[in-house]
Each structure stands twice: as structure tokens, then as C-alpha cells.
Design a binder for this molecule. Structure first.
Ligand SMILES: NC(=O)c1ccc[n+]([C@@H]2O[C@H](COP(=O)([O-])OP(=O)(O)OC[C@H]3O[C@@H](n4cnc5c(N)ncnc54)[C@H](O)[C@@H]3O)[C@@H](O)[C@H]2O)c1
Length: 348
């Protein structure tokens, strides 16, 4: 590949973090901030660390404000879409004509997207539909997954990602051209498997957080329960991957089990679960985190995933005891620890 210019859409934690490996790998990097990112770009322009990662932006990055989207995409060979799932449709709509000219769009966003009739789609399908409404055909969308904490990527700590494309050769080529000593991606052809594991591991991380919250509340660890919950979550990630036509290897690899491990150790979904396990009601914990502008992506994802199961395979519910438990907990179950215990311990 001779391509060497990449535009990252979204100057939040993940978008800004990816500028580091891409610049290190020799790419010219444009970073475009949405209309919500002015304060983030301002801090970077002042030479301060990025407010979300605490790490200075890669030095050679060129910054673009929200109105300058066309300029940001002009001449790019590849694009990375790194906005929160709630912004994917609007940013795709605004960027569609520019995106049509790049060779591929890498997607780091994690979530589900209902269509106008309420049918649950994976994000690449939703992006293609949105672009089609503008009369635009998108290039291949590459699902980016795996255990990647933005601050660690930005700080060049070792990170193993996955890049999944329908055309695996394209994923291989881009993975090779993005590789640095610290950031490497495994190429896959299982776009759907990666796309369903990404939001579902946020859902299951809430349950892992509950286990840690029980420990915080009682002063004694619940490592056995957390490990049983982890194993149950991986088993259910396999079922979700298969539900959308994806594969077991994706769910037990970096995009599923790997990302679940890192998300159950830190991050907003886990913290939300900790609060519940420690005794706060699910509703109060959610409201408190919203007030702190800490989006808990696993909560809406749980509701949309339930619709996905209803729509595509309602018979699967009997094989998803942990997901059913999480749904009950989010709905206000009065004993989250007991509910998870009941779901994940072997039945005798
Ligand atoms: N932070 C991580 O470690 C990490 C790792 C892997 C994947 N991701 C995923 O990447 C995506 C971005 O996460 P982040 O950590 O950078 O979040 P962030 O909150 O730091 O940044 C969010 C980005 O999305 C944009 N955005 C938010 N709401 C929007 C809306 N309604 N309309 C348009 N744009 C909107 C913001 O302007 C910003 O550019 C998420 O889907 C997240 O799950 C994050």
C-alpha cells in the first residue's frame, strides 16, 4: 500500500489516542473534532495533554474543527471513525461524500443501531444505510476491536487489536501498515463477530463490576464469583457472535474475551457495576454517572441486544442466563449478587 494519509473522525479519547501509533507508523494524521470536541482541540492546541487520555497528542497531528470536515478528509487514503455510538449516524451523514473517496473506513465505535422500524443493526450496516440515503456507497468498513484502553494506546503501552474486514486481505494489509512495536492488530474476516462482541462486552463488564462491588461492600474478595461470571460471559459472547453469523474464535480471542478482561478491570461500565454491587440502586448509579457526563454504553446496549435476541432468535434466551440476570439487575433487582450467583454457578 502506498497510502500514507489517514483522517480520524472524533477527537475524544480513542480518536486522539490512535494518532500515536498511526504517526509512529509513518502516516500523516488529520484529527477532526466533532461539534462537541472544541474544548478538547483547544487543550491540544495549547500543548496540554489530551483531557481524556492525559497524554499529549502525537506531535505531527493536524487538527481540524467541526466546520472543516471536508478539508480534514481531502486527500485521505483511509479514515477512522472514533465517535461514540450515538454519534455514528450523524457523523457518517455529514462525512459521507468524503468517506466515499477513501479506501476503507476503520470503525472503533461500539454499539447497536436500530433502523426506522426498530430492527437492530450492527454499526457498519447502519453506516452503509445512512450513506445510501445520501446517494453514497461507502468503501469497506473495517471493525476495530480488542482490548484497547485509549490512554495506554496513546502512551505507547503494548496493545493487541483486531481489524476485521469482509476481505481479509485488506485487513491484513492495513494491519501491516498500521503496526508499530507497541500497537499491532490481528486481521480477521469476521466483521459481525467483532461488532457484536464490542457492545456486549460492555454489558457483561457491568456484571464483573458488580462482583467487585460486592467485595468493596463486604471487605472480602469475590474472585471466584467474578471468574465464574467471566466464564459465563465468554460463553454468552460466543452465542451472540454466532447469532449474527460470527465465529467462536472471535468471541474467545482479543475481540471477545480479551476486551471483556480489560473492560471488567477498568472503565465506566465496570464502575457502574461496582456502584450497584456496593449497594446503590441501578437507577441511582446510572443517574449519578450521567450527571458526571460518564456515559455507560453497556446500559443502552443491553436494551438493544435484548431486542436483537427477540428479533432474530428468541429461543436463545434460555441459553443466556447471565444476560437475563444483568437485565434484571438493570431493571432494579434488589439482590444483584444473588442474581448473578444464581446465573453463573453450575446447576445441580
Ligand atoms: N476509550 C477507549 O479506551 C475505547 C477503546 C475502544 C473503543 N472505544 C470506543 O470508541 C468510541 C469513542 O470512545 P471514546 O472513549 O473516544 O469516547 P469519548 O467520550 O472520549 O469521545 C467521544 C467522541 O464521540 C463524539 N460524540 C459523542 N456523542 C456524540 C453525538 N451525539 N454526536 C456526534 N458525536 C458524538 C465526541 O464528540 C467525541 O469525538 C466509543 O464507541 C467507545 O466504545 C473506546
Amino acid at each position: 500500500m502506498t497510502a500514507r494519509a489517514v483522517t480520524i473522525l472524533g477527537a475524544g479519547a480513542m480518536g486522539s489516542a490512535l494518532a500515536t501509533p498511526l504517526a509512529d507508523a509513518g502516516w500523516a494524521v488529520n484529527l477532526w473534532g466533532t461539534w462537541l470536541d472544541d474544548h478538547l482541540l483547544a487543550a491540544c492546541r495549547r500543548g496540554e495533554p489530551h483531557p481524556r487520555t492525559g497524554v499529549p497528542l502525537a506531535g505531527s497531528t493536524t487538527l481540524f474543527d467541526s466546520p472543516d470536515l471536508d478539508d480534514a478528509l481531502a486527500g485521505a487514503d483511509l479514515a477512522v471513525l472514533a465517535v461514540a455510538s450515538a454519534g455514528v449516524a450523524e457523523v457518517t451523514r455529514r462525512a459521507a461524500r468524503g468517506l466515499a473517496k477513501v479506501r476503507a473506513v476503520l470503525l472503533t465505535s461500539k454499539g447497536f443501531a436500530p433502523d426506522a422500524d426498530g430492527r437492530i443493526r450492527l454499526l457498519p450496516d447502519a453506516m452503509r444505510d445512512t450513506a445510501a440515503e445520501q446517494g453514497v456507497t461507502l468503501p469497506p468498513v473495517i471493525a476495530v476491536g480488542g482490548p484497547c484502553k485509549a490512554n495506554e494506546v496513546a502512551a505507547r503501552r503494548p496493545t493487541g487489536a483486531v481489524f476485521a474486514a469482509r476481505d481479509k486481505a485488506l485487513a491484513e494489509e492495513i494491519a501491516k501498515n498500521f503496526a508499530t512495536p507497541a500497537y499491532r492488530a490481528e486481521p480477521l474476516d469476521d466483521v459481525s463477530g467483532v461488532e457484536v462482541c464490542a457492545p456486549m462486552k460492555n454489558v457483561y463488564a457491568i456484571a464483573l463490576g458488580v462482583c467487585d462491588g460486592l467485595a468493596a461492600r463486604g471487605g472480602e474478595p469475590f474472585h471466584d464469583l467474578k471468574a465464574a461470571t467471566f466464564a459465563a460471559a465468554v460463553r454468552e459472547l460466543v452465542l451472540f457472535a454466532e447469532l449474527v453469523g460470527g465465529g467462536l474464535r472471535t468471541a474467545i480471542g482479543l475481540a471477545g474475551a480479551g476486551d471483556l478482561e480489560v473492560t471488567g478491570n477498568s472503565g465506566r461500565n465496570k464502575i457502574y457495576g461496582v456502584r450497584i454491587g456496593a449497594g446503590e440502586s441501578a437507577a441511582a448509579a446510572y443517574a449519578a454517572m450521567q450527571a458526571e457526563e460518564r456515559t455507560v454504553e453497556g446500559v443502552p446496549a443491553a436494551g438493544l441486544a435484548a431486542k436483537l435476541v427477540d428479533q432474530r432468535a428468541p429461543q436463545l434466551w434460555s441459553e443466556l442466563p447471565l444476560f437475563r440476570a444483568i437485565r434484571d439487575i438493570l431493571a432494579g433487582h434488589d439482590d444483584p449478587g444473588a442474581r448473578i450467583t444464581d446465573a453463573v454457578l453450575p446447576r445441580v
